[in-house]
Design a protein around this ligand. Structure first.
Ligand code: ADE
Length: 238
């Protein structure tokens, strides 16, 4: 997959892309991320990319010309044309189903806004998919674009060592249930014991227990409650 990111602050991405799973995926050629500075398509002595809103009001608006011309120029750099995504708080809320549909695209173009948002003609001309990562306002779309890259790249074939690990993620698969709790050594820590069934070696019983826990945790997460979602571990093993 190729991901083109258009931003006024492309440097924000370099630390994140240089680490861990993302770096490995880039090094192995499983994903190709290209960063572009929208300002490169700005004109005039000050290379302005924003201006005051017509009709008055606070803040600045991203100008239509540099954004649209940047997207068109970046689209022309490679085949196939990328699926254009505009990061904006008014967009469709990101969830795992949307992440899966983005991961199925051969190429994405993520366009990050700043200031009070884009000139409306950006949406009219580019007909992008508008995506929000939640009902709050960020200073720009860069963090939202990183969230999308992170969630998408881990679904690409070969990125996770073990294909099961993304299939078993929370919100994935049938029913989109949350993940169940996990334990590793030691068997007991400060009086908290690993549930007996996980030590039993009975794979059917373990699978049944895990499925029940996933269902319970999902139900509990959907009902606001002050109860802890992890059952008491005291005395659950011999
Ligand atoms: N830009 C500003 N706020 C945003 C949000 N919540 N999601 C996506 N892009 C944004």
């Amino acid at each position: 997959m190729r991901i083109d990111v258009l931003s006024l602050f492309p440097e924000i991405f370099s630390g994140y892309l240089g680490q861990s799973l993302l770096k490995r995926a880039l090094d192995r050629g499983l994903v190709d991320v290209r960063l572009h500075n929208i300002r490169d398509w700005a004109e005039g002595p000050h290379r302005s990319v924003d201006d005051r809103p017509y009709g008055g009001g606070p803040g600045m608006v991203l100008m239509v010309k540099p954004v649209v011309e940047a997207v068109e120029a970046v689209q022309a750099q490679a085949q196939p044309a990328g699926h254009v995504v505009l990061l904006t708080p008014r967009g469709r809320r990101l969830d795992q189903a949307l992440v899966e549909s983005l991961a199925a695209q051969p190429r994405l173009l993520l366009v990050c806004g700043r200031y009070e948002g884009f000139d409306e003609r950006v949406s009219l001309l580019l007909a992008p998919q508008e995506i929000s990562i939640g009902d709050y306002v960020l200073n720009g779309g860069e963090v939202a674009a990183m969230v999308i890259i992170d969630a998408v790249v881990r679904l690409l074939p070969g990125v996770l060592g073990d294909e099961r690990s993304s299939r078993d993620d929370s919100f994935s698969g049938e029913g989109r249930l949350l993940e169940c709790e996990q334990y590793t050594r030691p068997r007991e820590f400060r009086g908290l014991r690993v549930p007996e069934v996980l030590l039993s070696g009975d794979h059917q019983a373990i699978a049944r227990w895990r499925q029940e826990r996933r269902q319970q945790r999902t139900r509990q997460a959907q009902t606001p409650s002050t109860q802890p979602i992890t059952p008491s571990l005291k005395g659950s093993a011999p």
